[in-house]
Design a protein around this ligand. Sequence first.
Ligand code: FAD
Length: 219
Amino acid sequence: MIAANRVVLTPSLKVLQSDKIRFEPALPDWKMTAIHRLKMSNAIKVILVFKERFWPEGMWDVVCTDSFIPEFWMTTYPTTDHSQHLRGLCAVVCFIAGEKAERLSASMPPEEMVARSLQQLDDLFATAACRAPATRALHSSHVADWAKEEYVMGAYSFPSHGAEAGDRQALAAPLDGTVFFAGEATHPAINPCMQAAMESGLRAAGEVLAAARPAGSRL
Ligand SMILES: Cc1cc2nc3c(=O)[nH]c(=O)nc-3n(C[C@H](O)[C@H](O)[C@H](O)COP(=O)(O)OP(=O)(O)OC[C@H]3O[C@@H](n4cnc5c(N)ncnc54)[C@H](O)[C@@H]3O)c2cc1C
């Protein structure tokens, strides 16, 4: 157990909405209302590594908004002294976000996501000589599903239907000069990104310093 006079909490909104962290005494109603009115959605990346490039040179990004995978990013592996085993390999990162990612996370096994992604790439890049270039070139795959990350449980907070002005400020507000809140969802303006997370951390650090400062101190 760690005992402290002050604590800064930075878990994601989904973690705060779950019962993973127990508060004694319970968080006040106004804080709980803000936590539950704000929303956080999911993102999934299906990462496919290939033995050879089967897409045109110089192609980096494909958008297919009404398809299984709405967006692909193509890349080749930068090799370093420590990653010679990756030399010559290239990768396609398939990106799904929002409600679709939430639905798939709950309903589709990762192997099927890989199979559907490969099928879409095969359909896109088939030639007369090879009907299934992605399936033929596959080296390995990995599915990153942020909803399944135990300590994150999602990807991005977003401007949510039902949320009210002031909810993010209520989420950020400290309690009794002892419990402080930071993290991207607490930022009132620029969610959901690293900048919001960083700025909220600076804000919370300032609040802790102000609370810890002895009365009358001019520091
Ligand atoms: C796929 C994807 C791509 C992204 N791309 C970009 C990008 O290009 N640029 C950008 O700016 N942002 C990007 N983001 C958003 C960015 O990653 C987040 O906004 C940012 O990481 C949020 O930071 P945070 O500190 O609020 O939360 P987190 O990064 O989630 O950190 C919270 C921390 O709290 C820890 N934690 C949770 N519960 C507990 C507990 N009970 N005890 C102890 N520790 C706990 C977690 O392990 C975690 O380390 C992306 C996000 C995703 C999902």
